[in-house]
Design a protein around this ligand. Structure first.
Ligand SMILES: Cc1cc2nc3c(=O)[nH]c(=O)nc-3n(C[C@H](O)[C@H](O)[C@H](O)COP(=O)(O)OP(=O)(O)OC[C@H]3O[C@@H](n4cnc5c(N)ncnc54)[C@H](O)[C@@H]3O)c2cc1C
Length: 462
């Protein structure tokens, strides 16, 4: 909170003007910045093209049907409803003009005194954007629902598939990228076949699922300590996941993934590899890194514009030779720091350098298995898994969401089930079914289907 000059609500320059702060993005960075400006003599406008804050760390649980979308999302407007100095606008930001202090949105433009850009990142397919169609990434609710559809559709298609080789293709899943998201997805995919669906099909045996995890570097979780990488690998292998390190994907199509000359036949490929910053960064007209992130100054402002801050996944900063990681804590702390800097600038002080407090990192591998590298030390197994859940529930926004997630998680843990196995939206055509084929032993073959024009209309109702 700003002290001193808040009584007249002015900017302290005797102009009577309350500074207008625009925040772009209601993710971890933007939302925490807005919350930290509570009670300050500023008018804040938070812009987001979604009306909800998304808790991305639990997104893979939606993609694998353990949670519903609304369990991990919360209306931004509700989070900020008690904060009188903030208005929230649903708006798609198209560009930023720092020289005119203007933000261009769909159908309008807004001017600011201070700007905080927290628009996050999207996927990068390293120049192969055509792969996106075959191997969706996981960043939004829409992505999660697409992945959920593909996973459960693959089993339905396999159940109807008369050809054994094609059946195998349907129940083979390739995950590209061995970071935390790839590891979590691969573990969950194995568990879906081994436990969740194990007894639900009659023709196929879901426990024969094949999950392949591909990582270009020489170990999984490359940013984690070596010991935890090895534990993650052996936990995944215990679940039957085939882990391939040093494997560079050279092609992906509808029916498989290429690594050089080798082809892995698979109908479902998922992308958990590259990250590219929001294209908004380009409109700032300042230097970017290769991933399109803004090379911010040490106080998180951009060169030549001390009133513009970039935080979270969109920013790139090295402190003591180490990059601030693209994780929730980086964005939360960045958002709070930008708010504190705005307060200082209004009071006539200089902004301070950003210090990142690394609270560690964690990845879960499956039921009762996780790895954690925290201030408390490095640990793995059941306690790391429990710790992972506690931390995620604490940081989840919304009391209802916390209760629902605890219940859903406990229920899944007890029953091995996943509560939201819905195939929603459009899906491709399924393999044709011929009578007698695919019928499990003991069931009589169905009579041949009548040609379409012989099917009689049902009797009329009176
Ligand atoms: C699948 C997954 C799992 C993860 N797991 C973990 C984890 O376990 N632990 C961890 O610490 N981190 C994790 N992360 C990383 C973490 O979620 C990010 O570092 C964090 O969300 C970054 O916060 P941010 O505010 O920079 O961006 P985001 O949270 O991505 O928020 C960006 C916001 O900006 C909005 N926006 C973007 N462009 C525009 C525009 N043009 N106009 C209007 N609004 C716009 C978006 O709608 C969004 O609300 C994970 C990320 C993913 C994708």
């Amino acid at each position: 909170m700003v002290s001193g000059d808040g009584s007249d609500g002015s900017d302290g320059r005797g102009t009577g003007h309350r500074p207008h702060v625009i925040i772009i993005g209601g993710g971890f960075g933007g939302l925490n910045c807005a919350l930290a400006l509570d009670g300050d003599p500023v008018d804040v406008t938070l812009l987001d093209r979604k009306n909800y804050h998304l808790f991305q760390p639990l997104l893979y649980q939606v993609a694998t049907a353990a949670l519903n979308p609304a369990d991990i999302a919360y209306p931004i407007r509700s989070v900020l409803r008690k904060q009188d100095n903030v208005r929230v606008l649903l708006a798609d930001v198209q560009a930023i003009d720092p020289d005119r202090r203007t933000v261009i949105i769909d159908n309008g433009a807004l001017t600011y005194d201070y700007l905080v850009v927290a628009a996050g990142a999207a996927h990068s397919y390293f120049g192969h954007d055509d792969w996106a169609h075959h191997a969706p990434g996981l960043k939004t609710i829409e992505d999660a629902l697409k992945i959920r559809r593909r996973i459960y559709f693959a089993y339905e298609a396999a159940e109807r598939e008369p050809d054994a080789e094609l059946t195998r293709e349907w129940i083979t899943f390739v995950v590209v990228g061995g970071g935390p998201t790839g590891v979590e997805l691969a573990g969950a995919l194995a568990e879906i076949g081994l436990h969740t669906l194990a007894r639900d099909f009659r023709t196929i045996d879901p426990t024969e699922v094949r999950v392949v995890l591909l990582e270009g570097q020489d170990r999984l979780l490359p940013t984690y300590p070596d010991k935890l990488s090895r534990i993650a690998r052996s936990d995944l292998e215990r679940l039957g996941v085939q882990v391939r390190t040093g494997a560079f994907v050279t092609g992906i199509d509808e029916r498989g993934v290429w690594i050089g000359e080798e082809r892995i036949p698979a109908r479902t490929a998922l992308w958990a590899a590259g990250v590219a910053a929001s294209p908004l960064a380009r409109s700032l007209g300042v230097p970017l890194d290769r991933a399109g992130r803004v090379l911010v100054d040490r106080d998180l402002s951009i060169p030549g514009h001390p009133e513009v801050f970039v935080v979270g996944d969109l920013a790139y900063l090295e402190i003591d030779g180490k990059p601030v990681p693209g994780v929730a804590q980086g964005a939360i702390q960045g958002g709070k720091h930008a708010a504190a800097s705005i307060e200082r600038l209004i009071e006539g002080h200089e902004a301070l350098d950003f210090r990142f407090r690394d609270k560690g990192s964690m990845a879960t591998i499956g039921r009762n298995a996780a790895v954690a590298d925290t201030g408390l030390g490095q640990f793995s197994g059941f306690f790391a898994w429990l710790f992972w859940w506690v931390i995620h529930i604490v940081f989840l926004v919304g009391f209802r969401n916390r209760v629902v997630v605890v219940f859903a998680w406990f229920w899944s843990w007890l029953t091995f089930q996943r509560g939201s196995r819905l195939i929603t939206g459009k899906y491709p055509s399924l393999p044709p079914v011929q009578s007698g084929l695919n019928a499990p032993a003991g069931l009589p073959a169905l009579p041949p289907a009548a040609p379409a024009d012989e099917i009689q209309s049902p009797p009329a109702l009176h």
